[in-house]
Write a protein of this length. Structure first.
Length: 372
């Protein structure tokens, strides 16, 4: 029997880059579900690792729902706040603590009392906030900005990231002690392409969802469409699959989705072959080393800065100026990326605001989530 996870209000949610459904037909998915349910029975802090759109928040919600906790499940996107605002949002503030703080306000840790606080994209937290988060985890107390009085918090923390935190630790962007504190129980959520047993089950789920919205009846996947879905690489994971199915239902005819109805890029799902992948990595490193050797012979000025700037510019352009995807590609946090982009003058204010609103949860969206 297929296990399905969705958001409680998934029918009314706006488009986003997150996954809105998970199924567990693939053996790897079933193993992950069993591990998550075992972890749920404990109070251990959980770190969920996975690409954008793989369903990290759905796993976090399932852990909360399986834990028997009486309090709420609250989700916070750490990349949705500015560095100046995130501390007040997490830990709260007193009246007059800073300009604009006209009244006292509880933070997310207090709001999630007796429940679960989900910190998505925890790698985006600035180092100054990481220190305070570590202290909260160790002492189970928060101190609001502008106060000296500690407040006991009874909350379970589940964190998630789409970057390799070990690399962020090695680069000095993430505290090692906080990483070890967060990763008491680690769940690795594989990309959709590595869970082929889930692809068709998810497609059928989205067909059912959008058929009802569009007033369609008895829509079927053709054999050629099934083959195409299984062969595709799914770089956008479950979110991309949902979009593909939605579009296919809009243009399909006679209640049958064909290969031609699927808006897929010409990218086939790569075969998993560890020795070949390792060989490619070695070859790529050798090519880079040869390029660097030529640069060394030319003895250019400020070589490190030039290489770093070229890398940031190329990655940002490759990801169509999407900060989240660029940070994930480079294996750094979004805050670190934004520092580089600002230094390179790649963040004109109008473009930055319009782009981030289109692709990421807004501050207002997150606050409304808590109120609900």
């Amino acid at each position: 029997m297929t296990r399905l996870l969705t958001f409680p209000d998934s029918q009314h949610q706006v488009l986003s880059i997150r996954a809105k459904a998970l199924v567990f037909d693939d053996p790897a998915s079933r193993a992950l579900l069993a591990q998550a349910e075992r972890v749920a029975a404990s109070d251990a802090t959980v770190l969920i690792i996975g690409e954008t759109g793989t369903g990290k928040e759905l796993i976090a919600r399932h852990i909360h729902n399986s834990s028997g906790r009486r309090g709420p499940f609250l989700a916070v996107n750490c990349g949705a706040f500015t560095e100046q605002l995130v501390e007040a949002e997490l830990f709260g503030h007193e009246a007059g603590a800073y300009t604009g703080a006209t009244s006292a306000r509880a933070g997310w840790f207090e709001a999630a009392a007796d429940g679960t606080l989900f910190l998505d994209e925890v790698g985006d937290l600035p180092l100054s906030v990481q220190v305070k988060l570590l202290r909260v985890l160790q002492e189970r107390q928060v101190v609001r900005i502008g106060s000296r009085k500690p407040i006991d918090v009874r909350v379970r923390l589940v964190a998630a990231t789409n970057v390799r935190l070990e690399q962020a630790v090695a680069a000095g962007h993430f505290r090692a002690d906080l990483y070890y504190r967060l990763s008491v129980a680690t769940l690795q959520l594989a990309p959709l392409a590595q869970r082929p047993g889930d692809i068709l089950a998810l497609a059928e789920h989205f067909i059912d969802v959008y058929s009802r919205r569009l007033g369609l009846a008895d829509v079927r996947l053709g054999a050629d469409a099934r083959e195409a879905l299984l062969a595709y690489a799914w770089p956008g994971n479950i979110r991309e699959l949902e979009n593909v199915i939605h579009y296919a239902l809009i243009i399909c005819r006679d209640g049958r989705v064909t290969r031609d109805d699927l808006q897929l890029h010409a990218v086939a799902r790569p075969q998993i072959a560890v020795p070949a992948a390792a060989t490619r990595t070695v070859d790529e490193e050798e090519v880079l080393e040869r390029v660097f050797e030529r640069l060394f012979d030319e003895a250019p000025q400020a070589l490190h800065a030039r290489v770093e700037s070229a890398l940031i510019r190329a990655a940002y352009r490759h990801c169509h100026h999407n900060q989240v995807h660029t940070a994930a590609l480079l294996g750094i946090t979004r805050n670190v990326l934004r520092t580089h982009l600002k230094r390179l003058d790649l963040l004109p204010m109008p473009a930055r605001v319009s782009h981030e609103v289109a692709h990421e949860p807004s501050h207002q969206d997150v606050r409304l989530h808590v109120a609900a």
